[in-house]
Design a protein around this ligand. Structure first.
Ligand code: MIG
Length: 790
């Protein structure tokens, strides 16, 4: 007779406080039943909480945290009253009730940001041991919620619930959950401010924002510790930057990785790849990279070539390079079970493949047939995997790598992934798949990034991953997986990119045009109009439903497509600058309206428009046959990019949206740097950059970042970060420039393009000298005065 395992129905709660202890990094509170709570003041704005139910803590190891993040060990005070224990930094108070350990977080001035409902509680896990660790908080008045990575749903997560468990979801839809990525950070905004909660627990985790119970927000995980970071704002944007700094940012990408990219499953043989590339040049569609999907391999064996389709990979890559194309290849985690395949043999001999609890290998079907899977959570395995890239990078000249199927995805099993009894090294903290599942893909991308970088001879690379966990952004860019060619998915792409960006992963994009099924010309146009404002900009399709190259949809589509890709190339210095701001300050490259102006309630539920970088507002057209669209402009003044007409914000407008116009608005006072159109990054030796100067009655600051676009010398200070300070005083406009860094830029001149000025430009003075209106101005100017009085 088998007995059914029943989870205990009883929830357990902390008991009465008994004592406390102050250690180097934390304050530990003990309850009457062995429970311990460690409170770590990490910075003034970040407090970490960890609970141990039975008196001992698990080893303190996290894949999410950036090793470059140094806790500030801020000054803090401890106050004990009869009922409470209060830990105060300069920015936040953590109040613990002595009766039941319930926590209230308050701002420095004592306003409640978050208070607990049941607080920390747990259930025993009879099947696996350990506990289901849970936390529930009171849903505050007027509270809205944001974050959680790639969830394909409304930007505000209120009244919804979610699961984090990386899943291969071919053809997902609105509200499909979970998808490929697991990013357990959410932000809340209420009457008293904004904060973030980063629940750093890699087990299957759950979040509920008033769905099961209207007044309760809760999060829980199937194992591990209740371990989370409370991150105060007071703005959403600040909380987001702090989370991003905690879990890390991407390195600067090579500038070509911000160019347009063309992909399909699959381009082959070699001649077709070259034809596509040549046609881009012939039709003058700027493009920097072309992709090889799984069919380039010999029977889907990673790191091999199908000799018939690709007889001379090195020659092909060189040919592509000669016309300005970088070649990218896909690499999956499944290693074909084939005794004659050297990589399989090496993996076997060195014990690199994942095993199940009884010692058998985990075997799963993917493209190559039966496969074994490297345990990327083991340092030695990552090093081996990194080394495998030597030939394709160093010899063949591949520029970057695309990691797919790394949830890990398996065919033909209901769970779509490994059985839960698979063991993982977890960097020396041996564990099972329940804990390692969500970080498997990220560790694969990490090994890939380390390998590719090693063989690039000092040049930067581009890595893309489908799956990942918080912190993945340190190793890789991401795309949003197998979407569909529908207008609904265009909206999904829009919200996913915004959500990923605020979840630390700015370098993201969707399969432009849709992976599954074929877009109409109209959809293709609307999608590229949005796609050029996503940091990762690639057309990809499954290839089952017809072609998806820019010329596959007729002349009108081609021309509009070209126009937008050209705009992307003109804006590269702007986009590159916003990448630098992400790299340097953790600022998301694309920003939902509520992250720009949370005081304006209109922004709390808007998810269509977003800001790209500091100054460009994008309003994607996500409805079919829309000849006009409702656009909400946040407060301030804005210029319509296509007409230069000005609009006042904090207001909704009906904007005309003929097929060749997606509404784009530029913030007044902005100085937008533009390149001339190139067919690929580096095609021209650009010595002059245009500055579009948008008049404002007042002051505004803009930036321009430059470096050599390809090496790591920027890490040693070889860059220029220019700040342009725009001020106007009636007719007179001044632009002051201050430059930091030391890079000997190729850009010697700037050319001004003045927009929206109240009167004709009559005089321009550069560093005290009158110049002609059309004159090129030295890029190192310190002061430009336009229409000065004297
Ligand atoms: O089972 O490599 O999401 O972008 O083209 C499908 C083939 C495997 C899924 C990826 C998609 C890619 C495809 N891959």
């Amino acid at each position: 007779m088998t007995k059914k395992v029943v989870f205990t129905e009883k929830e357990n709660y902390p008991k009465q406080f008994v004592s406390h202890l102050v250690k180097d990094k934390f304050i530990e509170l003990e309850s009457s039943e062995e429970l311990r709570l460690r409170i770590y003041p990490i910075t003034d704005h970040i407090i970490r909480l960890r609970y141990s139910i039975e008196g001992y803590f698990m080893s303190d190891f996290s894949y999410a945290l950036d090793e470059n993040f140094k806790p500030e060990m801020p000054e803090y005070s401890i106050e004990e009253t009869t009922d409470e224990f209060v830990i105060k930094t300069n920015a936040v108070q953590c109040v613990v009730s002595k009766e039941n350990f319930k926590i209230t977080f308050k701002s420095a001035n004592g306003k409640i940001l978050s208070e607990e409902e049941k607080g920390f509680h747990w259930e025993k896990n009879e099947t696996y041991g350990g506990h289901i660790v849970q936390n529930s908080k009171v849903l505050q008045e007027n509270e809205s919620f944001y974050g959680l990575g790639d969830k394909p749903t409304d930007l505000n997560l209120k009244k919804k619930k979610f699961v984090n468990w990386g899943t291969d979801e071919y053809g997902y839809h609105k509200d499909t959950d979970p998808l490929y990525k697991s990013i357990p950070i959410y932000y809340a905004l209420n009457n008293n401010g904004a904060y973030g909660i980063f629940f750093d627990n890699t087990f299957k985790s759950h979040f509920d924002f008033g769905s099961e119970r209207a007044n309760v927000t809760s999060f829980w995980a199937q194992g591990g510790e209740m371990n989370y970071y409370f991150i105060t704002g007071p703005n959403l944007m600040d909380a987001c930057k702090r989370y991003t700094k905690l879990t890390g940012v991407a390195e600067m990408p090579p500038m070509w990785a911000l160019g347009y990219q063309q992909c399909k499953w699959s381009y082959y043989p070699e001649d077709q790849v070259l034809d596509i590339a040549n046609k881009m040049r012939e039709l003058k569609i700027p493009c920097d990279a072309i992709y090889l999907d799984i069919d380039y391999m010999d029977g889907f064996r990673c790191f091999t070539w199908d000799k018939e389709k690709f007889p001379d990979p090195k020659g092909m890559v060189a040919n592509l390079k000669s016309i300005g194309f970088q070649t990218m290849v896909i690499i999956d985690p499944g290693i074909k079970k084939d005794k004659n395949y050297s990589i399989f043999k090496e993996g076997l001999e060195n014990d690199y493949f994942c095993k199940r609890i009884d010692g058998h290998y985990v075997e799963g079907k993917v493209w190559p047939g039966d496969c074994y899977f490297p345990d990327f959570t083991k340092p030695e395995v990552r090093e081996w995997w990194a080394g495998l890239y030597k030939e394709i990078i160093e010899e063949v000249g591949i520029a970057g790598v695309w990691n797919d199927m790394n949830e890990p995805a398996l065919f033909e099993v209901e769970s779509k992934t490994f059985p839960l009894d698979v063991l993982h090294d977890y960097d020396g903290h041996q564990t099972g798949h329940r804990k390692a599942h969500n970080i498997y893909g990220m560790q694969m991308a990490r090994a890939t990034a380390e390998g590719v970088k090693k063989f690039r001879n000092g040049q930067r690379t581009l890595i893309i991953t489908r799956s990942g966990y918080s912190g993945m952004q340190r190793y890789s860019s991401v795309w949003t997986g197998d979407n569909i060619a529908t207008f609904e998915h265009l909206w999904i792409a829009d919200v996913q990119a915004q959500r990923l960006a605020i979840s630390g992963v700015s370098f993201c994009g969707s399969d432009i045009g849709g992976f599954i099924s074929q877009p109409t010309p109209e959809l293709m146009i609307r999608w590229i109009q949005l796609g050029i404002f996503h940091p990762f900009c690639r057309v990809h399709s499954s290839g089952d439903h017809g072609d998806q190259e820019p010329w596959s949809f007729g002349e009108e589509c081609l021309n509009i497509f070209r126009k937008y890709v050209e705009l992307r190339y003109q804006l590269l210095p702007y986009i590159y600058t916003s990448f630098y701001q992400y790299y340097n300050e953790g600022t998301p490259m694309i920003r939902p309206l509520v992250f720009i102006d949370q005081e304006d309630k209109q922004t709390h539920n808007r998810d269509n428009e977003f800001l790209c970088g500091d100054h460009i507002l994008i309003c994607p057209i996500i409805k079919e046959k829309a000849t006009t669209s409702k656009v909400y402009l946040p407060k301030g003044e804005w210029y319509h990019y296509w007409t230069n007409k000005s609009y006042s914000g904090a207001k909704e407008y009906d904007i005309d949206t003929p097929i060749d116009q997606m509404p784009i608005f530029i913030k007044v006072g902005a100085i937008i740097p533009k390149y001339p159109v190139q067919q690929y990054v580096g095609e021209q030796n650009i010595d002059t950059i245009t500055l579009d100067v948008y008049y404002k009655d007042g002051r505004e600051v803009s930036y321009l970042y430059e470096d050599d676009k390809n090496s790591f010398s920027y890490e040693k200070g070889e860059f220029i970060y220019a700040k342009f300070d725009f001020r106007s005083n009636q007719n007179e406009v001044s632009i002051l420039q201050t430059r930091t860094g030391n890079y000997n830029s190729n850009i010697k001149n700037v050319k001004l393009n003045c927009i929206g000025f109240p009167s004709e430009i009559t005089t321009i003075k550069v560093d005290g000298v009158d110049v002609d209106k059309e004159a090129l101005i030295s890029s190192t100017f310190t002061e430009i005065i336009i229409n000065g009085l004297s």
